[in-house]
Design a protein around this ligand. Structure first.
Ligand code: AMP
Length: 284
């Protein structure tokens, strides 16, 4: 496996691969890798001839008050994991490699960025879209793999890829969870012990929403209220940032449960904000 830091060097290599007729699978990450990331790399390995994994903690998607400085990092361990998962190139640029000091271009999908995480992180998705657009231009992938854990991000990137005609197919991959149901996240290490004990209830609350819909509930406000009560009974150290039911494709709020709907939650603990979601399909 090659480790590359210079975007131009990587771009030359991927252009060469394309000329040889090889397909390229791309897995963008912020590192501190876990089973969730590895599942994306496995999918890429199975679908493409060459696999590029990037590790870049993108500063433009963090607001000044957010956890950029405390975001967990372990590049040496990550490198070994990507190599054993079958990555061909690990791309680890510095901030200066990725952002020219005079950079002035942003990519935005405002209508998809206003709800859920965008409401409390108003500049987050602009940073995500911009860095992913740049990474696509550097890596030139045929396929790019994203986790459904960040469902809103995936929906918004699908819109961006369609609108800007990137020649790439986005592949959504299911959420990988711990044995107790907590969605795997690099940020989980920043939970305090008691917070870690409460965190699995995030997923259990979403399961309750799914069960209520399966039992016939259609009024979103009532389902949300039941889940809020459940959270208040089981989670004492976390504060709900949002708990919403949205159209899974447009991320618009729903009042009534439709055939397909997404229950999504974000909760703030002392040093970490966790997100999770559940796609629910209602019988009409
Ligand atoms: P991150 O390093 O957190 O930016 O995540 C990089 C990619 O891995 C994104 O596409 C995430 O959605 C995906 N990912 C993170 N956690 C999980 C998980 N638990 N299951 C599946 N995919 C995940």
């Amino acid at each position: 496996m090659q480790v590359v830091t210079n975007p131009r060097v990587l771009q030359e290599e991927t252009i060469r691969w394309r000329r040889e007729g090889l397909t390229i699978g791309f897995v963008p990450t912020m590192g501190f890798l876990h089973e969730g990331h590895l599942s994306l790399i496995e999918r890429a390995r199975a679908k493409a001839d060459k696999v590029v994994v990037s590790i870049f903690v993108n500063p433009t998607q963090f607001a000044p008050n957010e956890d950029l400085a405390s975001y967990p990092r372990d590049p040496v361990r990550d490198q070994a994991l990507v190599e054993s998962a079958g990555g061909d190139i690990l791309f680890m640029p510095s901030d200066a490699d990725m952002y020219d000091p005079h950079a002035a271009t942003w990519v935005e999908v405002p209508s998809f960025a206003k709800n859920l995480c965008g409401a409390s992180r108003p500049t987050h998705f602009r940073g995500v879209c911009t860095v992913v657009a740049k990474l696509f231009n550097i890596v030139q992938p045929h396929y790019a793999f994203f986790g459904e854990k960040d469902w809103q991000q995936l929906a918004l990137l699908r819109r961006m890829v369609c609108d800007l005609m990137f020649p790439v197919e986005l592949v959504g991959c299911p959420i990988v969870r711990e044995d107790d149901g907590l969605a795997r996240s690099s940020r989980n290490v920043n939970l305090l012990e008691q917070e870690r004990a409460e965190a699995p209830y995030l997923n259990k609350g979403l399961e309750l929403a799914k069960r209520l819909v399966e039992q016939g509930a259609r009024d979103v406000a009532k389902v949300i209220e039941a889940v809020e009560i459940y959270y208040n009974q089981h989670i004492f150290l976390g504060k709900i940032d949002y708990l919403s039911c949205v159209d899974p494709d447009t991320i618009e709020n729903l009042d009534h449960v439709e055939t397909r709907c997404l229950f999504a939650v974000a909760m703030r603990f002392s040093k970490v904000r966790l997100i999770d979601n559940r796609l629910v399909c209602a019988q009409s």
